[in-house]
Design a protein around this ligand. Structure first.
Ligand code: TXA
Ligand code: MG
Length: 528
């Protein structure tokens, strides 16, 4: 299908768009929140086409857009007086209200529900098109399902060109995130999706409201590991997104410690510190962040980075909507770098006695975080499993459980395979390590110790206040490994040779602990 590109400034654009809609076609229209993909809301067949063009799950209901209050009455079972109160204050504008629907609403609009979502957009062009079409318009955001919502006509072109009848370019969407959705069908009313109208503004009119848990938490059904390819992602670029809480200094240190090419999604003026960056709005200005966030998420992929780290937005006002969208694009992955206890990175040569040192620190009320255990934990995450399956084949899952031996067999067969395994698991290990540090603080530990064989090859050093290397003479280490692991002298030697030399550990660490037969460990620990 050839998609007609119209400009809202052109004389005939509104008329042409309205004609297409009246004839059961699809037109992407600008609104003040995001671009919408519109069809005649009273024509079930036309509405069906929306789901096909977007690749949208059939059971996700659509919002019906009107241009005046008079259009509401026929669409609902009974007009709730609170709707008029809300409308008086916030319509036209970024607010959607859900009420019991009338028989006029075809099932396709809100499949298997007895309600309908209603909104009167404030964008002049959107209102003119609704008026000219003479019917209410069902319109979800005009993106391919799962992608960031479109705030420019060019975003719609990226996703839907060739799949819909026309796109009307009406400039950049002002608000930048989708409307606030509130339902009056519950008591008290429930905020289902935060947006341009804040919870405080709703309370002003409605009194008490409840906030749906889905605003902050992922859906329960997604927590099962049954289907590896399953995604909680929404609004997501191809790159993996992680939200980073904490100061800019903490963010910067963490990003600069990453070993692979990553994209910084940060606030205005911060980008210069990074090789790849996209800025979205000003640090303390929620409206500017909302305006730019979807565009920024779309730009991430142009940097060719596999991972993006987003500075956490303010979470009040419209910022709540920005945070909510980011949580979804990040599949709920958040790292809080605002760490409240000292963190020590502990590493060392094999057989040098890193574990002994860890045990002694544990006796002093230091929490020990064993990254080997975290690595086992990391491969339980559904998202990690999904990525592992994509890379190494779906049959690494046997009876719904990850077969770790099979995974190891495939991954370690080639150098490329082991690198890929690390690339997939390390970010999750890092996230878990930070979580453990926060837990250690809550549990009253004096400090947290990250025990990691590959400490200096990881980004974990970014939150270590001090790093410690444990070393010992080679002959003693050899003897210990033979005894501890029941290896032959030759195999033990191989293992030792696979690691970097002592100089590597000495050069990189702040503190060196010598653990030869004649060294006194406890006196050396006082350095820590
Ligand atoms: O700002 C906006 O709301 C944009 C512009 C185009 O108006 N539209 C938009 O539509 O964001 P969409 O389809 O991407 O999101 C509609 C949201 C979905 O989360 C949907 O589940 C919810 O509204 N929704 C629609 N009708 C509903 C109903 N009857 N009950 C519960 N939720 C409903
Ligand atoms: Mg949408």
């Amino acid at each position: 299908m050839k998609t007609l590109h119209l400009n809202s400034q052109d004389n005939n654009a509104i008329k042409t768009a309205a004609e297409i809609l009246k004839n059961g076609g699809l037109v992407a229209i600008p609104t003040e929140t995001v671009y919408g993909l519109a069809a005649n809301a009273l024509d079930g067949e036309a509405v069906k086409k929306i789901f096909i063009a977007k690749g949208r799950p059939n059971d996700n209901p659509l919002i019906v857009h009107v241009s005046s209050l008079e259009e509401i009455e026929p669409l609902v079972e009974k007009v709730d007086p609170r709707l008029y109160e809300l409308a008086e204050k916030y319509w036209p504008g970024p607010l959607t209200v859900i009420l019991k629907k009338s028989a006029l609403i075809p099932n396709e609009v809100s499949p298997n529900l007895d309600t309908v979502a209603l909104r009167m957009p404030s964008h002049e062009c959107a209102r003119k098109i609704i008026r000219a079409a003479g019917v209410p318009l069902a319109a979800p955001s005009a993106n391919s399902s799962g992608r960031p919502s479109p705030t420019k006509a060019s975003h719609v072109v990226e996703d839907l060109d060739g799949k819909i009848d026309a796109i009307v370019d009406g400039g950049e969407s002002d608000v930048g995130v989708e409307s606030t959705v509130v339902t009056l069908a519950t008591d008290p009313p429930t905020l289902l999706r935060p947006g341009g109208i804040t919870p405080e503004q709703l309370t002003e009119v409605l009194g008490e409201i409840q906030i749906s848990s889905a605003v902050y938490e992922k859906l329960k059904e997604g927590e099962k590991v049954q289907s590896p390819g399953m995604k909680y992602k929404h609004y997501a670029p191809s790159a993996q997104v992680t939200i980073i809480k904490g100061s800019f200094e903490q963010y910067k240190r963490f990003l600069l410690a990453q070993k692979d090419k990553v994209c910084a999604v940060c606030f205005e003026g911060e980008g210069v510190h990074f090789e790849n960056y996209i800025e979205y709005g000003k640090e303390n200005d929620d409206a500017s962040q909302a305006h730019k966030i979807f565009d920024a998420l779309r730009e991430v992929d142009a940097t060719n980075c596999k991972r993006a780290f987003v500075r956490c937005p303010v979470s009040s006002g419209v910022g709540l909507a920005v945070y909510n969208r980011l949580l979804r694009s990040a599949a709920f992955r958040v790292i809080d770098l605002d760490i409240k206890i000292p963190v020590i990175g502990l590493t060392g040569q094999t057989g040098a006695g890193k574990t002994t040192v860890a045990a002694m620190l544990k006796d002093k009320n230091y929490a020990i975080i064993d990254t080997d255990l975290l690595a086992r934990e990391a491969v339980k995450s559904p998202e990690v499993i999904g990525m592992l399956c994509e890379k190494f084949g779906n049959d690494i899952i046997k009876d719904g459980i990850l077969d770790r031996r099979e995974l190891a067999r495939r991954a370690f067969a080639t150098k490329e395979g082991s690198l890929a395994l690390n690339e997939i698991t390390h970010p999750e290990i890092t996230r878990l390590a930070v979580e453990e540090i926060h837990k250690a603080h809550e549990n009253g530990a004096k400090a947290a110790v990250i025990d990691a064989a590959l400490l200096f090859d990881s980004c974990l050093t970014a939150f270590c206040d001090k790093t410690v290397s444990v070393i010992a003479p080679e002959d003693e280490r050899l003897e210990r490994i033979i005894k501890r692991d029941g290896l032959s002298a030759a195999d033990a030697k191989l293992r030792i040779n696979a690691q970097p030399p002592a100089e590597y550990y000495i050069e990189k660490a702040d503190i060196i602990i010598n653990n030869g037969a004649n060294d006194d460990l406890s006196s050396q620990l006082s350095q820590i």
